[in-house]
Design a protein around this ligand. Structure first.
Ligand SMILES: Cc1cc2nc3c(=O)[nH]c(=O)nc-3n(C[C@H](O)[C@H](O)[C@H](O)COP(=O)(O)O)c2cc1C
Ligand SMILES: O=C(O)C(=O)c1ccccc1
Length: 382
């Protein structure tokens, strides 16, 4: 993966974007207040969204020195395929509100940088076009289709069939969304999908969505009677794609995912947009890893904002991380190039973190690489 130590912005974009926070600031200036609030907010009191990021800072890295790191290799596997680093782009809806090319730009950037991508069921482009945009760059890039349990089973089945036919590798079932979170910012702004944008995955055009709030979308579509015993076997019976549960935060649900024969879980709180007050994902991860005892794949998303955050998540037992908002910020800043800039930034930071901790490959990143800061005490080993 190509990566400039200091990425160069496109012509006309003068800011120096050195880190993800720079990208957030630059992107936030370009978005309307209502779009910015929609993308950047969490639910209710914004506690979980804020902790998702800050919780990383209690961990300290324990570096090993005098190791030959000239060949340090950040690559790993995701969805059965070699990727350049253990980071992919989470499914996030409404990307054309950040940039007209929306999910197509994200797909091209992910394919260029060889990372996996999640496709939101609220994407503004059809699954086929997103896959096509990716295939034009690289034939190997893997996609996970995010699909809720829908009230309309026939619609759900059609979408799953389409995703499989278009070559998606996995279903990400967001188990945290039987109903929408309490999103005061959206409600205060009376947030609506901008005119001209549709949700083609559901076959909804702009006209159909115009009168609906974001909350209405969920209420109409999502099945709040969803449950393990009914929905996972059904999914298995209708698709050969991998089945991942997105939104697990406890040991108990990790065990249920194993029992249900799922391929993996994503420890996620929907970027703090569903129930406020649930733990930061990096704090929920250890209990899920301990319960799993290696019997199921574990990924994590939420609040990952630096290469060192990726490193910490791996040291705590995740195989791979995903990012939502950083991709949106990249898109808003500079379309495909902005998403590539975001991915380069993570890649460069992560590789350097590996090198400075004496890790030659992602397998070298273990519990021994981290400590935790306790008030007035020495660094505690994990
Ligand atoms: C604007 C936005 C839209 C999202 N849309 C979806 C979605 O359609 N489906 C879904 O499963 N998760 C969705 N998510 C959650 C992301 O998949 C992911 O869990 C979260 O963004 C990760 O946290 P981060 O943004 O802090 O990286 C969305 C998140 C954001 C910020
Ligand atoms: O806002 C979200 O978190 C989300 O899941 C979503 C749903 C519909 C459209 C865009 C995003």
């Amino acid at each position: 993966m190509a990566g400039n130590p200091v990425p160069v912005p496109s012509a006309g974009l003068e800011e120096k974007i050195l880190c993800i926070d720079d990208l957030k600031a630059a992107a936030s200036k370009k978005l309307s207040a209502s779009a910015r609030d929609f993308f950047n907010s969490g639910s209710t009191d914004q506690i979980t969204i804020s902790e998702n990021t800050t919780a990383y800072s209690k961990y300290r890295v324990r570096p090993r020195v005098l190791v030959d790191v000239s060949q340090a290799d950040p690559s790993t596997e995701c969805l059965g395929h070699r990727v350049s680093m253990p980071l992919g782009v989470s499914p996030a809806g409404l990307q054309a509100m950040a940039h007209p090319d929306g999910e197509l730009a994200t797909a091209r950037a992910c394919a260029t940088k060889r990372v996996s991508m999640g496709i939101s069921s609220f994407a503004n482009y059809p699954i086929r076009s997103i896959r096509q945009a990716s295939l034009e760059v690289d034939h190997q890039t893997k996609h996970a289709m995010q699909m809720y349990t829908l009230k309309d089973r026939e619609l759900e089945l059609n979408i799953i069939r389409e995703a499989e036919q278009q070559g998606c590798s996995a279903i990400f079932l967001p188990a945290d969304s039987p109903v929408l979170g309490v999103r005061y910012n959206e409600w205060r702004n009376d947030f609506r999908t901008p005119d001209g944008l549709g949700f083609p995955v559901f076959g909804w055009d702009s006209e159909k969505i115009r009168k609906q709030t974001h909350d209405d979308n969920f209420t109409v579509l999502n099945d709040d009677t969803h449950r393990w015993a009914r929905d996972i076997p059904w999914l298995r019976s209708v698709t050969k794609m991998e089945i991942w549960i997105k939104g697990v935060l406890t040991a108990e649900d990790t065990l249920l995912a194993i029992q249900a024969g799922c391929d993996g879980i994503i420890v996620s709180n929907h970027g703090g947009r569903q129930l406020d007050g649930v733990p930061a994902t990096i704090d929920a991860l250890p209990e899920c890893v301990a319960a799993a005892e290696g019997r199921i794949r574990i990924h994590v998303d939420g609040g990952v904002r630096s290469g060192t955050d990726i490193f910490k998540a791996l040291a705590l037992g995740a195989e791979h991380v995903w990012v939502g908002r950083p991709a949106i910020w990249g898109l808003a800043y500079d379309g495909q190039k902005g998403v590539e800039l975001m991915l380069d930034t993570f890649y460069n930071e992560f590789k350097r973190c590996m090198q400075l901790t004496g890790c030659k490959s992602v397998k070298d990143i273990t519990k021994a690489c981290l400590g935790v800061v306790r008030p007035d005490g020495p660094l505690a080993r994990l």
